[in-house]
Design a protein around this ligand. Structure first.
Ligand SMILES: C[S@@+](CC[C@H](N)C(=O)[O-])C[C@H]1O[C@@H](n2cnc3c(N)ncnc32)[C@H](O)[C@@H]1O
Length: 338
């Protein structure tokens, strides 16, 4: 028998669902506007979420003990400062949470949002959220609690704020304290699956030219001689004498940060001229080596023998980013093994 019921608004692929059902909760309703999220949620939990919450009548949602919602963060109308909170929240998705809470009056609400919620729109967003929840008859924390899976040994950095609310007749918000000094060490190895556990493994393998492209950057990071591995982005196009850079004619108009990168790339080139020139000839033979793939962001710190394959990687507009294999960042990285 379930210990409590909950609803999952803005359910995504079901982060709240997983936690709540682990605690003995029964999901009686979910909603997400995104069809792919709905499909995944249904495959994960056997519940077909409703669509756009703004179109759902609160009376059509079953009664529940806990309302969960990881709502998208939108700015509130400044007019709300003068016209009252109902006006301030109208047109935002937070308003739909308040509309449903107003109808069902669940005992508890647990809301989640991006880390900078408290400072969003110069604090106006948090002020409106806080005061709307109080006005709806709930005790709520004074400022959102910041939490991340890596605080409890799960290898992902994903700092989010959590807003705990308890209906006033039920009680006070219990004190929440987390000792940041006791964050355990993590490694992504603790959750990576073995190849033998993966169905259709070939689908996830990197293509040969992709492996060659990463191997080329690996040769680069291993082959250059410098006091410290480059902490600045390496741009293959800027690995030449400063005066040979194709952007030099626009130098005065380039932002300071770009001038700085170009200068550092040129210094790296002059310290490793022979090696880099040979390396560039080979790297450029790979058809992938252009745009973001001709850039490297080494963010894995100092190593005696650097090896990209031992770290986690992401292809970003700013380049191939390489990070230590301790935590997953909030984004999805490339699988570490070939
Ligand atoms: C920050 S994500 C929530 C992630 C979720 N907690 C999870 O574990 O995956 C916000 C979600 O709100 C959904 N969303 C945005 N507008 C919506 C709307 N009008 N009605 C329902 N869902 C909406 C998005 O599709 C997105 O999945």
């Amino acid at each position: 028998m379930s210990r409590f019921t909950f609803i999952d608004l803005f359910c995504g692929i079901g982060g709240f669902h997983q936690a709540m059902s682990d605690l003995g909760g029964e999901c009686v309703y979910a909603s997400d506007i995104d069809e792919d999220c709905r499909k995944t949620y249904e495959a994960n939990y056997g519940i077909r979420p409703d669509g756009d919450i703004t179109q759902v009548n609160a009376a059509d949602i079953p009664a529940h003990d806990v309302l969960c919602g990881g709502f998208p963060c939108q700015a509130f109308s400044k007019a709300g400062k003068r016209l009252g909170f109902a006006d301030a929240t109208k047109g935002t998705l937070f308003f739909d949470i308040m509309r449903i809470a107003g109808h069902h009056k669940p005992k508890y609400m647990l809301l989640e949002n991006v880390r900078n919620l408290a400072s969003h729109d110069h604090g106006n967003t948090w002020r409106v959220i806080h005061d709307s929840i109080v006005e709806a008859g709930y005790n709520v924390i004074d400022s959102p609690v910041i939490f991340s899976p890596h605080y409890i040994g799960i290898p992902q950095h994903r700092e989010r704020v959590f807003i705990m609310c308890v209906r006033k007749d039920i009680g006070e918000i219990p004190p929440f304290y987390f000792n940041q000094e006791r964050i355990p060490e993590c490694s992504i190895d603790s959750i990576l699956q073995e190849d033998s556990e993966i169905e259709n493994l070939e689908r996830y393998r990197l293509k040969p030219e992709m492996i060659e492209w990463i191997d080329n950057w690996n040769e680069f990071i291993r082959g250059i001689k410098c006091e410290k591995l480059p902490g600045f982005p390496v741009w293959a196009d800027s690995l030449c004498a400063l005066e040979d850079n194709h952007l030099i004619s626009e130098w005065e108009n380039l932002p300071k940060w770009m001038q700085n990168f170009i200068r550092k790339n040129s210094e790296l080139w002059s310290q490793n001229k022979e090696f880099i020139e040979t390396w560039l000839v080979k790297a450029r033979k790979n058809p992938l080596f252009f745009g973001s793939k001709a850039k490297l962001e080494w963010q894995a710190g100092e190593c005696d023998r650097p090896d990209i394959w031992e770290h986690i990687m992401q292809i970003r507009p700013s380049g191939l980013r390489v990070k230590p294999g301790t935590y997953f960042p909030a984004w999805s990285p490339l699988r570490r093994h070939r």
